[in-house]
Design a protein around this ligand. Structure first.
Ligand code: NDP
Length: 300
């Protein structure tokens, strides 16, 4: 049963107490289109300074121009979350331009399966982008996250397909599920080892009997890793001193009409972005290491 820890505000209701200003800097990865673009738009509309990022410079500039023409305070910088030199240039630019950031939304992601197709042809790219790309960004940006009384925030855009204990789509191995689900046994090595085992089985052709999630297998494994890493980072970062807290949560946007779903989703990008923006703007609630959908906490 989903736990509704903050009540259930109607979708698109105003976020809570305003703690941010135009000095508050939010970075959104993969924000040239889709849910990321809409998260950037909504955060800028709330009055934050948003850094729109895109791996393609021209496309990103164009997306930024659209938001600026709408009167929003949006800057642009190129960022490919798979390219260490692009990440380093981005980090250097952020440091020089803003000194640091307050909000990081890890939205960039890929999926190559459509409909009932379940190819793992692109499994390496899917895991690299969705899991390792997200992890790269978290590691690169943590030193740049500004100390604040309300805490800095990281929001990872994930998916219910990555649920550890999903009823229909989960890892068969109960022992592995238990280890991944228990913060006492959850480690970065365990998460990396799990995705490495999956990719090894993809390479040697044995993955179909490996007990992996049945639907969009590579994507589900990648998002399961994102969810687990969210919990792990939240625990690790909770040791920081009070004024340097960083809260890390993830959420599922639902099935959204974007390029990723071939525009076959059942909700709009506005609705898909809503919970991410709400999490980024939570007041001082110290909510961390949780998984959300439709502004409600759901189980991993
Ligand atoms: P889109 O395909 O529309 O957008 C994905 C974005 O990620 C694009 O901007 C894309 O850039 C970017 N991207 C991909 N790889 C990289 C990279 N290496 N570096 C930087 N940016 C990159 O998909 P959505 O908007 O639907 O998806 C956004 C997020 O939401 C993803 O994490 C996805 O997994 C998640 N999600 C989506 C759901 C849906 O129903 N749509 C459901 C559940 C989760 P480019 O334009 O250059 O390709």
């Amino acid at each position: 049963m989903p736990v509704n820890f903050l009540g259930s505000p109607p979708p698109n209701s105003k976020p809570q107490r305003k703690w941010w200003s135009k000095e508050t800097v939010a970075v959104v990865t993969g924000s040239n289109r889709g849910i990321g673009f809409e998260i950037a738009r909504q955060l800028a509309a709330h009055g934050l300074t948003v850094v729109l990022t895109s791996r393609d410079e021209c496309v990103g500039q164009e997306a930024t121009r659209v938001l600026r023409e709408g009167g929003l305070d949006v800057a642009f910088h190129q960022l490919d979350i798979l390219d260490p030199s692009s990440i380093q240039l981005f980090v250097d630019w952020i440091r020089q331009t803003y000194e640091g950031i307050h909000v990081l939304v890890n939205n960039a992601g890929v999926n190559f399966n459509v409909g009932s197709d379940n190819s793992v042809e692109s499994a390496h790219m899917v895991v690299a982008t969705n899991y390792y790309g997200t992890k790269n960004m978290i590691k690169a940006m943590i030193p740049l996250m500004r100390p604040s009384a309300v805490g800095a925030r990281i929001v990872n855009v994930s998916s219910r397909l990555g649920k550890l204990n999903g009823r229909r789509n989960r890892i068969d191995d109960l022992n592995l599920r238990r280890k991944l689900g228990d913060l006492d046994t959850l480690t970065e090595e365990l998460i990396d080892g799990t995705v490495a085992t999956f990719l090894q089985q993809v390479d040697d052709g044995t993955w179909t009997s490996g007990g992996w999630p049945q639907t969009f297998t590579d994507y589900s494994v990648s998002k399961l890793a994102v969810n687990a890493y969210t919990r792990l980072m939240a625990k690790t970062l909770s040791d920081r001193p009070e004024e340097e807290k960083i809260y890390v949560n993830c959420y599922c946007p639902g099935w959204v009409k974007t390029a990723m779903t071939g525009w076959a989703g059942n909700i709009s990008v506005e609705e898909g972005a809503d919970t991410g923006v709400w999490l980024a703007l939570l007041p001082d609630q110290a909510v961390t290491g949780k998984f959300f959908a439709e502004r409600r906490e759901v189980s991993f």
